[in-house]
Design a protein around this ligand. Structure first.
Ligand code: PLP
Length: 449
């Protein structure tokens, strides 16, 4: 009714959403049964639903509300920019002042000679663009067939056709979606918890690197252009790779002229205590970094593909050619103004250092949950953490998937005022970088219950 549309009650909102929305990754059974939790307000790490109930958001939106919600100066920066210049396209030699400034700022923060930025609408479109750039660069180098992309099982790189084809989380693939398979290869996920029994972590790592070498030998280095990796596989289950794994995979790439794409959509902008994790946390200098999320702390959408001067120079050798990628909202002035303010706040408040300090406390505090019968492992780094829930700790048999046990855990937590994310048989957390030790204790106490 008109009344419901103009001033809806909490029940009206719930019903409108339930009757008209299709949410990302909808499970039709649980959505039709329960509908959605409708959120109406956020401040710091806390959310309020339409009924006024308060929740601690340990998920940080979706790995993204890094500076926390409800910041007036962010709202003001967004409003000021929307008033002054709400939009201007960045196609064919046009720019706007926030997009120029943010590109320069990102170049400043990114490692090595990663000084070039293409803005996108989010993480998926950054990955999509990066995969195309790999083929373009290899072609400019005289290797037109070096277009194959190597990724890992359990990776998540986005939800466009191409980025979802590159990613491969169990359970995500549905037979009706015809993923691109030609020229996309998947290696084993570097998950030490799931390594064969009795095998050392070093031997496990050797095997993963060998698997990459074997793939290259089989397919041919002349047909593989890029390797893409999240430094820590995020929604595949917060998979922290074995010591030295990423660096060794990078060395393999360098030996075979394979470009290294770091998917830092989650790990950049402070989540692991660094602006970018590849170099600072793992000693890898990527050719391309994809990022999004913490770049604006989720206040407005924005993604970025950051790449090296070296790649730029290779592409620019032939001035007659065009790199035909980009989006209407690439370099959106309002998003870029938010990005600039977001970086300013992170620097001023020392949020990277807080993420490192409280992140270490978080990891330690939750590690104690491994004593619980249901918890096979608690793992993570910085402010990325998950509990892997198992039916049998000795055999590591996961709790049943489907509309699953982790969802029962997150529903119970929700009733106690805590949002945690259910992912298959895992519960995943990635709170804002502003989280305090007292808030960590709250999360731990609810989860333990
Ligand atoms: N890459 C990683 C590692 C992600 O975690 C995500 C989203 O969760 C994406 C890419 C896709 O980003 P977006 O949802 O902004 O398109």
């Amino acid at each position: 009714t008109a009344a419901a549309l103009n001033s809806p009650s909490p029940a009206d909102l719930w019903e409108m959403d339930r009757s008209h929305s299709l949410h990302p990754w909808t499970n039709f059974g649980s959505f039709q049964d329960k509908g959605a939790l409708v959120i109406t307000k956020g401040e710091g790490c806390w959310l309020w639903d339409a009924d006024g109930k308060r929740y601690f958001d340990s998920v940080g939106g979706l790995w993204c509300t890094n500076i926390g919600l409800g910041r007036r100066e962010m709202a003001q920066a967004i409003a000021d920019q929307a008033e002054r210049l709400a939009f201007s396209n960045t196609f064919v030699d046009m720019a706007n002042d926030p997009s120029a400034r943010l590109a320069a700022r990102i170049a400043d923060l990114a490692p090595g000679d990663l000084n070039r930025v293409m803005f996108t609408t989010g993480g998926s479109t950054a990955v999509d663009t990066a995969v195309r750039m790999v083929a373009y660069v290899q072609s400019c180098l005289g290797f037109p067939d070096k277009t194959g992309i190597v990724a890992r099982d359990h990776s998540y790189h986005g939800s466009t056709y191409l980025s979802q084809s590159v990613g491969k989380r169990p359970g995500d693939r549905v037979p009706e979606f015809r993923y691109k398979e030609d020229g996309i290869y998947h290696l084993s996920p570097p998950n030490p918890y799931r390594r064969p029994q009795g095998m050392t972590e070093e031997a496990f790592c050797d095997g993963l690197v060998q698997e990459f070498e074997d793939l290259i030998a089989r397919v041919g280095a002349d047909r593989i252009g890029g390797f893409i990796a999240e430094p820590i596989q995020a929604s595949g289950g917060v998979i922290v790779p074995p010591e030295g794994y990423l660096k060794r995979m990078w060395e393999v790439c360098q030996r075979h002229g394979i470009l290294f794409i770091a998917d830092e959509v989650v790990t950049a902008f402070g989540r692991l205590g660094h602006w970018f994790a590849s170099w600072d946390a793992f000693g890898v200098m990527p050719d391309i970094i994809c990022t999004a999320k913490g770049l604006t702390s989720g206040y407005v959408p924005l993604g970025a593909m950051i790449f090296s001067d070296r790649l730029w120079d290779i592409m620019a050798r032939d001035p007659s050619r065009w790199f035909t990628a980009g989006f209407t909202y690439s370099g959106h002035p309002v998003s870029c103004a938010a990005g600039l303010k977001n970086i300013e706040i992170m620097e001023r408040e020392g949020l990277l250092a807080n993420a490192a300090r409280v992140g270490a406390y978080f990891q330690n505090r939750l590690k104690a949950m491994e004593d619980l019968p249901l918890v096979g492992q608690v793992r993570g780094q910085g402010l990325m953490i998950c509990t892997e829930n198992v039916a049998n700790k000795a055999t590591k048999e996961p709790l049943p998937d489907g509309v699953n046990e982790s969802k029962r855990i997150s529903d119970a937590a929700e009733a106690m005022g805590l949002i945690v994310r259910p992912l298959a048989h895992l519960n995943v957390m990635s709170p804002p970088l502003t989280i305090t030790e007292a808030e960590v204790d709250f999360v731990a106490e609810v989860l333990e219950k």
